[in-house]
Design a protein around this ligand. Structure first.
Ligand SMILES: Nc1ncnc2c1ncn2[C@@H]1O[C@H](COP(=O)(O)OP(=O)(O)O)[C@@H](O)[C@H]1O
Ligand SMILES: [Mg+2]
Length: 564
């Protein structure tokens, strides 16, 4: 690193040192000391932090204190410095519990880099304006509290930008509010805070990543608490763990923070109340009673799901849950997916299912000749976005097969369902009739599928057959079927079999208004298909009528379909 014009020692001064006044001698000594310090700071953010950065701790009444790394900051610093040494760059993704001081770390680091490296352009981005303002305030405090001889002269200083006079470096602050935030910038350092909470995460990160140079010395630090799965933060984390991207994953568990403890008045009494789960935590992570007590109080405050996400002990735990999950994530996590017996691909030419390693039909249980099945089917446009999904369920509430494809148009989907239904003993086929499903249902009618579901009215206690073809998901029926699925999962009353369904259920959340959907970037098509199948089983399970076609013969049954 080049310190540029931070140090002012001039050669003329040294030449005339013989005739120097005491004041000049002192100035020279200070300058020479400053030079030594700057050289040291270039090699150590830790030294710079301790000696030049002052922060306001959680208990602000203490006033500004030097930034001496806590355990979490030390772990992050060690990992980052190691990567820097090995690759010349920093690309780090940090998964953390709340309030571990990692925004402080990253903010200080960006300041350190900008202060000491010429022509450095840093971008700081946080999920909301309050947080980005706080980060910026932190930078201003650092400047204000530096030792006088180190204080930089600012070339630019406004509410969104700081620029240094001495080296033409500076940084800009953004809030990740619009998809265009940070687009067009070419930062050398980027500190991206609480990325899991960014509204337009994919677009903003794509824009930023495009602008960041691959040159040595560049740094990208993403840090966040988890916020469910399926978002960009989760995707990048998974990629980093799998070694598929250039980021190093750094996880810092909650129990590293010494203050995450609560005084236990009577340890012996408390020890008697330690649960099996807590004992496991003691064994695996070496937690003491005060930590367990703090944990209990936090769980009592916000619930287990929230605790796991905001104060994870392991990286996986952070992603298992999301605060507003509709389904019990613990149950889903315990649910063992069955081995997939076969994957098949549906051939539109031969109208047959053929074995295929990457087929969209997953079979978990073959149809037994004397079993009855229900198929719940959700329809999509087939243009690579939402999925057309079909779930085959038997009367024991076991998912037997799942079909999921986002490249099949609604009419072709009708063909597929026709043959899937026949394959499963002419299942009672409940196709969602909302918009696109009409085309699928038309096709099935045209093909004379023998066992199409007609919807009964929701309030119809007698469950007598209605006349409306297909299942209609409405504001009234959706909460009902999702509610029934939720109960079934909670009561171990359903086997979801497929990892896709289990995953989609995990990512299924309620928003502030109580509406339920997949979290952004994820899908819920198999959740809806499962919920429809379960609901139809509930209302029609006792009188499933089938027109059975032997499984053995069905593939060769002459096709009497009336084609278009
Ligand atoms: N090393 C440290 N020593 C004492 N207090 C710290 C330290 N690092 C950060 N803090 C304080 O802890 C609080 C949380 O820090 P912050 O960086 O916002 O955490 P995070 O981003 O991990 O949630 C802030 O008040 C900050 O000033
Ligand atoms: Mg933070």
């Amino acid at each position: 690193m080049e310190t540029n014009k931070l140090s002012n020692t001039s050669s003329s001064m040294t030449n005339k040192s013989l005739s120097m006044t005491n004041r000049q001698k002192l100035a020279l000594a200070v300058e020479s000391r400053k030079r030594t310090d700057l050289t040291r700071y270039e090699g150590s953010f830790q030294d710079f932090a301790k000696e030049q950065i002052r922060i306001l701790p959680k208990d602000a009444s203490q006033g500004f204190i030097p930034l001496e790394f806590n355990k979490a900051q030390q772990i992050v610093d060690d990992a980052i410095e190691k990567q820097l040494k090995e690759t010349g760059k920093v690309r780090a993704i940090i998964l953390k519990a709340r309030q571990m001081g990692l925004s402080t770390y990253a903010c200080g680091r960006v300041y350190w880099k900008s202060y000491l490296t010429p022509y450095n352009k840093s971008v700081v981005m946080a999920h909301d304006s309050a947080t980005s303002d706080a980060l910026f305030a932190m930078s201003r405090n650092i400047i204000q509290n530096m030792k006088p001889e180190f204080k930089p002269v600012l070339k630019k200083s406004n509410s969104k930008e700081i620029g240094f006079e001495h080296n033409d470096s500076g940084y800009r602050l953004y809030t990740a509010g619009s998809p265009e935030a940070g687009r067009g910038t070419t930062p050398t350092i980027a500190h991206l805070s609480e990325v899991a909470f960014w509204t337009h995460d994919a677009k903003i990160l794509a824009g930023l990543f495009q602008g960041i140079s691959q040159a040595d010395g560049t740094e990208v630090i993403l840090e966040s608490t988890a916020n469910g799965v399926g978002n960009e933060f989760h995707r990048l984390w998974k990629g980093a763990v799998a070694g598929e991207n250039e980021y190093i994953p750094i996880f810092v568990p909650w129990f590293l923070m010494p203050e995450y403890r609560r005084f236990v008045l009577e340890p012996e009494v408390f020890a008697d109340t330690v649960t099996e789960e807590e004992e496991g935590l003691q064994k695996v992570h070496g937690l003491d009673l005060e930590q367990l007590y703090w944990r209990r109080l936090k769980i009592a405050e916000g619930g287990m799901d929230k605790f796991r996400q905001e104060y994870p002990s392991t990286a996986n735990e952070a992603f298992i849950v999301s605060g507003s999950n509709v389904f019990d994530t613990g149950k889903l996590d315990d649910m063992v997916s069955l081995p997939c017996m076969k994957r098949q691909h549906f051939s539109l030419e031969s109208c047959m299912f053929e074995d295929h390693r990457e087929g969209f039909l997953e079979i978990y249980k073959y149809p037994k000749y004397d079993s009855n099945f229900i198929i719940g089917a959700d329809c999509a446009l087939g243009v690579g976005q939402d999925y057309s999904a079909a779930v085959v369920m038997n009367a024991e509430r076991e998912v037997c097969a799942v079909y999921r494809n986002n490249k099949l148009d609604p009419t072709q989907y009708g063909d597929l369902l026709f043959y899937l239904g026949r394959y499963y003993n002419n299942s009672l086929l409940a196709v969602e009739s909302n918009s696109l499903g009409i085309a699928t249902l038309n096709r099935l009618k045209q093909m004379d599928y023998v066992n199409l579901y007609h919807q009964t009215k929701v309030a119809n206690v007698s469950n007598e057959e209605g006349t409306r073809l297909g299942w209609r998901t409405t504001q009234a029926t959706k909460p009902m079927i999702i509610g029934h699925l939720k109960n079934a999962i909670e009561n171990d009353d359903i086997s979801l079999a497929s990892p896709i369904i289990i995953q989609e259920c995990m990512n299924y959340v309620a928003d502030a208004s109580g509406k339920t959907n997949a979290i952004s970037g994820c899908h819920d098509d198999t959740v809806i298909a499962t919920a429809i199948a379960l609901e139809v089983l509930r209302t029609h399970g006792d009188r499933l009528t089938t027109t059975r076609v032997s499984f053995r013969n069905q593939a060769y049954t002459p096709d009497n379909t009336q084609w278009l």
